[in-house]
Design a protein around this ligand. Structure first.
Ligand SMILES: Cc1ncc(COP(=O)(O)O)c(C=O)c1O
Length: 239
């Protein structure tokens, strides 16, 4: 097929990985096939399927229909107030939802998060896209601990914002606050800073996708202190 004359965003083709959700679905669908570790290590004949059931620990992947009671409630609400459920709402989200979130955030984090500081998006990927867009220009950078959540890197690539890796080690996969501080210093005002993209933010995902690691409070506090000191935004994704 001929390439379109209008050209496409070159950043998209440059650094976007294959989406892992269909890949994981294909692994699950092939179970208990030859790709199963149980099948290959089983002492019985390879013809007999493994006895262990598949435990799907995937999070955030809507591969199952909602419970019937939820579907029922949604249809009741759609009939009760069609314009509230189908029309454009407040740009930052329903007042009652923002109020409830403000209360929850203030309670969980032990610090006042007023309603006017709460904005709702259609899903967390959109929240990440909006925040990245608001914080960084093309050519600037946002730090992502590795291995990262693939959509964060894809969104940054499409915005031409550099994803600066902050390596973590197995088995805990906890990012080091010291290593993060070193990165910020090197990029933002070290001797080589003029040739390095300026770091505008760091994204912490806890519980982490893909590692499952849960970051201790102290680690979050340490990142917060560095970010506050260095004038770098701290983005926490708790999806
Ligand atoms: C860390 C993280 N952020 C964002 C998302 C996407 O969230 P949403 O489907 O609400 O856009 C996921 C989904 O797995 C996730 O794991």
């Amino acid at each position: 097929m001929a390439a379109p004359k209008y050209g496409l965003n070159p950043h998209l083709a440059k650094a976007c990985p294959e989406p892992p959700v269909p890949l994981a679905k294909a692994w699950a669908a092939s179970y208990p096939g030859s790709s199963s570790p149980f099948a290959s290590s089983s002492s019985s004949s390879s013809a007999s399927p493994p006895s262990q059931p598949l435990l799907n620990l995937a999070q955030g992947v809507p591969g199952h229909a909602p419970h019937a009671s939820l579907i029922e409630r949604m249809s009741q609400e759609a009939k009760r107030a069609p314009m509230e459920t189908h029309g454009y709402g407040h740009v930052f989200g329903d007042a009652s939802l923002r109020q409830a979130l403000s209360h929850d955030l203030s309670t969980v984090y032990g610090a006042e998060v007023s309603v006017d500081k709460v904005a709702c998006t259609a899903g967390c990927n959109m929240a990440a896209a909006v925040v990245f867009h608001a914080l960084a220009q093309p050519g600037e950078a946002i730090v992502l601990p590795t291995p990262w959540y693939f959509n964060h890197q894809m969104t940054l690539a499409s915005l031409a914002v550099e994803a600066v890796p902050l390596p973590t080690q197995s088995p805990a996969f906890l990012p080091s606050a010291q290593a993060f501080e070193d990165l910020v210093r090197r990029h933002n005002y070290g001797p080589a800073s003029s040739s390095l993209p300026r770091i505008k933010a760091v994204v912490l995902v806890t519980p982490n996708n893909p590692t499952g690691s849960i970051y201790p409070h102290q680690l979050l506090d340490d990142f917060y202190a560095i970010c506050a000191r260095e004038g770098v935004a701290l983005i926490v994704d708790e999806t």
